[in-house]
Design a protein around this ligand. Structure first.
Ligand code: ASP
Length: 308
């Protein structure tokens, strides 16, 4: 029996301290804590890391405070297009969806791609058809509406700029993710996002790309990223943490430091990642002012944080 551990994130970025009231901070921390509880409950009962990360990410998708599921940002057409991926470190099984609409929990659809199809990544209308066939829970557009996200979109509507999930003084990435280690020694990672405000042309970021936004391998680590997706794709960020551990023999902390503070910044890769190794070490790191994050290790105590 190995130790159990779980970490979650709700996005990283330039989170303005002056805009963070204690009431607002509590709302975020409560949402992170709920996600930790959902995932930890699975692990405590001897459940699979894969089920734990799915449960944790579903809780974050259901919260309107993060840019994933309910509360996803608006694209250039005023719609919500969501991306998600999930990976098991046991056998390197993976599933992902990109540019899906009206799916209540994109992470569950990604899981279904992994379990019930011969593919790893499906997208758009095809993914919607698959969701329908799999009887995945759907919601109408109104469910995903959030006034704050709508106002964000209105600021950029009709322009060529696309925005990270931010308000005037903030630039943050509200993507969500989870990594877990179960009692059987298996690792898993999951990531879900609405992408970027005012995105065009079915733009897809790193979150549904295995190796870029999500990666898990029982021999090394599980990783979920958040940040400027284009940069994370170019850096193959999540896989690079695994590669540095496997090929160079670095510890989890050292591998994460290299990726977050050396590899990503020259690519304008603002953001961060959460990672967990096969003995239960947890590393949550970022190269911007804050990251909504939480963790629970062997002692079972839940911790959440936003700033450094
Ligand atoms: N990485 C996501 C993307 O580029 C954004 C985020 O992390 O919030 O789509």
């Amino acid at each position: 029996m190995s130790t159990i551990a779980l970490a979650v994130h709700g996005g990283a970025g330039t989170i303005a301290r002056e805009l963070m009231t204690s009431a607002r901070e509590k709302v975020y921390r409560d949402a992170l804590e709920l996600a930790l509880k959902r995932g930890h409950a699975v692990l405590k009962e001897g459940g699979a890391a894969l089920d734990a990360v799915e449960a944790a990410v579903r809780a974050l998708e259901d919260s309107p405070y993060f840019n994933a599921g309910k509360g996803s940002v608006f694209n250039a057409d005023g719609q919500h297009e969501m991306d998600a991926s999930i990976m098991s470190g046991d056998g390197l099984r993976a599933g992902a969806v990109a540019s899906v609409q009206n799916v209540k929990n994109p992470i569950t659809l990604a899981r279904r791609v992994m379990d019930k199809s011969n593919h790893v990544l499906i997208s758009g209308l095809g993914a919607f058809e698959f969701a329908h066939k799999q009887k995945i829970e759907l919601e109408d557009d109104l469910y995903f509406f959030d006034q704050f996200r709508y106002d964000q979109w209105k600021e950029t509507q009709g322009t060529d700029t696309y925005q990270l999930d931010h308000s005037d003084k903030e630039k943050k990435f509200g993507t969500v993710g989870a990594v877990a280690l179960d009692a059987h020694g298996h690792l898993a990672a999951a990531t879900s996002t609405g992408g970027m405000t005012n995105k065009k042309w079915q733009r897809i970021g790193d979150s549904p790309i295995i190796g870029a936004g999500t990666y898990a391998n029982d021999s090394s680590c599980a990783v979920s990223c958040t940040g400027h997706g284009e940069s994370f794709i170019k850096a193959v960020a999540a896989y690079d943490v695994h590669a540095l551990m496997s090929y160079k023999g670095l510890s989890l902390a050292e591998a994460v430091r290299v990726v977050v503070h050396e590899r990503l910044p020259p690519l304008e890769g603002d953001g961060g990642l959460i990672a967990l190794d096969h003995v239960g070490n947890i590393v949550l790191d970022f190269n911007c002012t804050g990251m909504y994050r939480g963790q629970v290790g062997a002692d079972g105590v839940l911790h959440t944080a936003i700033f450094r």
